[in-house]
Ligand binder design. Structure first.
Ligand SMILES: [Zn+2]
Length: 60
């Protein structure tokens, strides 16, 4: 079985993993009701996405 000749250095490992860093979700404001909503997610308060009604929200 093939085995690596050299141990991967700390810098090489860190540089490789720099691209898989966790990033906080981007918050957008809803165009219909104006509330802050995570991007690429249907608005939980009015149920619209890209100016289109997607989910019907039932008021309790
Ligand atoms: Zn909304």
């Amino acid at each position: 079985m093939a085995v690596p000749k050299r141990r991967t250095s700390k810098m090489k490992k860190r540089l490789r993993r720099s691209g898989q860093r966790w990033r906080a979700i981007k918050l957008n404001t809803c165009s219909e009701c104006g509330s802050s909503v995570p991007s690429h997610i249907v608005c939980p308060s009015c149920g619209t996405y890209k100016g289109r009604q997607v989910v019907v929200i039932k008021d309790l």
